[in-house]
Design a protein around this ligand. Structure first.
Ligand SMILES: Nc1ncnc2c1ncn2[C@@H]1O[C@H](COP(=O)(O)OP(=O)(O)OP(=O)(O)O)[C@@H](O)[C@H]1O
Ligand SMILES: [Mg+2]
Length: 256
């Protein structure tokens, strides 16, 4: 599967590291992003000047030791958290310069999240969980239900629409989360260890699904993982350490 695998040392080639794989449009472009958390003790400089770009339709994984800033990076790129310095453009727009309401709206319409802490609501069935973002966005009940059913079908869970999360396996639950993330047909899907709780068989099935969606719909995926086997299934892995990008590995070219 892997046609080429290269590593770029950011010390040796700071200009080349972490640029999008094609010369085409970068759907995400970040330059010199800094993020500090001020807590009770010493401030934590979680991002110390991150520069990267991701091409539309690319699947990128982000890897690095615990605490190196991966979740912080996703939160900053998606506009969930503010930044102190630097710039982030998503689909050509500077997300941190947008008014709050516009940023929230942009996120709801253009982004999907598969985060472990984005739990499913236990009292709702699969289809009710999946249709919730649509109902909240003001889509009518009938259309929301139809689209939620379609999204469940896309992840192979049509027959489990009426089940509640407690009646599903871990892998099935994560599929419901993915259906919910994708029901709005987002341009970008962010995943923070989407396979973290799953055994390797289930993890690979989830990755098959994400890969299929990525290729079928040209959606862009940015996925944090600790698992090398998951990491190398992307077009490219970005390696982080200590609040910085230290290099990248290209696994397969993005088809343009
Ligand atoms: N809300 C917060 N307040 C204070 N410090 C934080 C906060 N969130 C993260 N940090 C700190 O910022 C640094 C980066 O954290 P982050 O969660 O981004 O790491 P990570 O790479 O996702 O780690 P893991 O692989 O364990 O999930 C850590 O030192 C962490 O303690
Ligand atoms: Mg994390």
């Amino acid at each position: 599967m892997s046609s080429r695998s290269i590593s770029i040392d950011i010390e040796a080639a700071p200009q080349k590291a972490s640029l999008a794989q094609t010369d085409g449009e970068a759907i995400i472009a970040a330059a010199d992003v800094h993020k500090t958390y001020a807590g009770a003790g010493e401030p934590v400089h979680a991002l110390r000047g991150v520069t990267l770009s991701v091409a539309r339709g690319e699947m990128v994984t982000i890897m690095g030791p615990s605490g190196c800033g991966k979740t912080t990076l996703l939160n900053c790129l998606s506009g969930l958290e503010t930044i102190e310095r630097g710039e982030i453009f998503v689909e050509g727009r500077s997300i941190h310069d947008m008014p709050d309401t516009e940023r929230t709206d942009h996120r709801a319409r253009r982004m999907g999240f598969v985060f472990q802490f984005y739990n499913l609501l236990p009292v709702l069935s699969s289809v009710e969980n999946v249709e919730l973002p649509l109902l909240l966005a003001g889509v009518g009940q009938r259309e929301s239900r139809d689209r939620a059913m379609q999204a469940l079908e896309n992840v192979g869970l049509k027959d489990w629409a009426g089940h509640r999360p407690a009646q599903l396996s871990g892998g099935q639950r994560q599929r419901v989360t993915i259906a919910r993330a994708l029901v709005n047909d987002p341009a970008i899907v962010w995943g923070d260890e989407p396979t973290g709780d799953l055994d390797s068989t289930n993890a690979n099935q989830i990755m098959d699904l994400l890969e299929d969606l990525n290729q079928r719909n040209q959606q862009t995926f940015v996925i944090v993982t600790h698992d090398e086997n998951i990491g190398r299934r992307a077009n490219r892995t970005i390696h982080m350490r200590d609040g910085l990008i230290e290099g990248e590995t290209i696994h397969r070219e993005l088809r343009s």
